[in-house]
Write a protein that binds this ligand. Structure first.
Ligand SMILES: NC(=O)c1ccc[n+]([C@@H]2O[C@H](COP(=O)([O-])OP(=O)(O)OC[C@H]3O[C@@H](n4cnc5c(N)ncnc54)[C@H](OP(=O)(O)O)[C@@H]3O)[C@@H](O)[C@H]2O)c1
Length: 243
């Protein structure tokens, strides 16, 4: 039986991913803050899919606890996905270091800290897969969310380097770049319907891309084209725009 560790398992996208992998016979290790809130969800997954589901307390900001967290897992999983992220308040973070630091820690440093440990264990074992949920926001800095974007850009670059390092060790790394997704994170935003995915669609796309050893996934797919156009706008023009 294959197994998947999901970090940030309470996220809407993560829960859809859990359902997707459970339906495909994966045992699940669900990790996150106040994870007992997923008790009923875990029981439901177990019964419907005849799999094992374990819940683990995990705080991405508590870097020093990460090695012990990995050591106490019932098994080293076949793969890991991290959905940990924090959009934050850009205008507040421009003035307030605490908010800025939270954005950097929860999108970048927490993920890097725990994935460093897992990557080394996968290298020793010579197998595994790592899926990191980054964002299209990391493809180019915009005035409205460049702090979140900078953290995601760092995470995208980290995943790219990790993929390059682990390729010869039989460990595959997938970078996921969602556009808009209808989740708790975007609940206050007025999102364009045609460009917005549901978590279930994102989860299906992730499963398919991971099983096919894809390197980068834009979801919805149209975001690959949108971001290509955005990246091609010359900087002298881009700096004057209000995107
Ligand atoms: N929704 C979108 O439009 C969109 C677009 C692009 C990328 N993404 C990315 O997709 C991923 C999932 O986001 P989502 O949309 O499903 O939103 P979400 O429901 O807000 O998920 C974010 C998750 O990160 C967890 N988290 C934050 N800080 C943490 C910490 N210190 N330790 C452990 N867990 C922590 C949260 O846990 P708690 O429940 O404990 O707060 C929450 O479960 C994120 O990386 C996000 O940046 C989302």
């Amino acid at each position: 039986m294959s197994s998947l560790l999901i970090l940030g398992a309470k996220s809407d996208i993560a829960r859809a991913v859990a359902q997707q992998y459970a339906a495909n016979g994966y045992d699940l290790l669900l990790a996150g803050r106040t994870i007992n809130e997923l008790d009923d969800f875990a029981k439901d997954l177990t019964i419907r899919n005849e799999i094992k589901v374990f819940l683990h307390e995990f705080d991405a900001n508590d870097f020093d606890s990460h090695a012990a967290f990995i050591n106490q897992l019932p098994q080293l999983p076949d793969g890991v996905i991290t959905a940990i992220g924090y959009l934050g308040e850009q205008t507040q973070a421009e003035q307030d270091w605490t908010e800025c630091e939270k954005i950097m820690n929860q999108n970048l440093l927490g993920n890097v800290s725990v994935l460093n440990i897992i990557a080394n264990l996968f290298v020793q074992r010579q197998s595994g897969f790592i899926v990191g949920i980054s964002s299209v926001a990391g493809d180019r800095g915009r005035q409205k969310n460049y702090l979140y974007g900078a953290a995601k850009a760092g995470f995208t670059t980290y995943l790219s380097g990790l993929r390059n390092r682990l390729y010869k060790k039989n460990v595959h790394v997938l970078t996921v770049k969602p556009g808009f997704v209808n989740t708790q994170m975007t609940t206050d935003m007025d999102l364009p319907t045609k460009l917005t995915a549901e978590p279930e669609q994102v989860a299906k796309d992730i499963y398919k891309a991971q099983q096919n050893n894809k390197n980068t996934l834009y979801t919805k797919g149209i975001w690959a084209w949108i971001m290509l156009i955005i990246r091609l706008i010359p900087e002298w023009q881009f700096k004057k725009m209000d995107l």
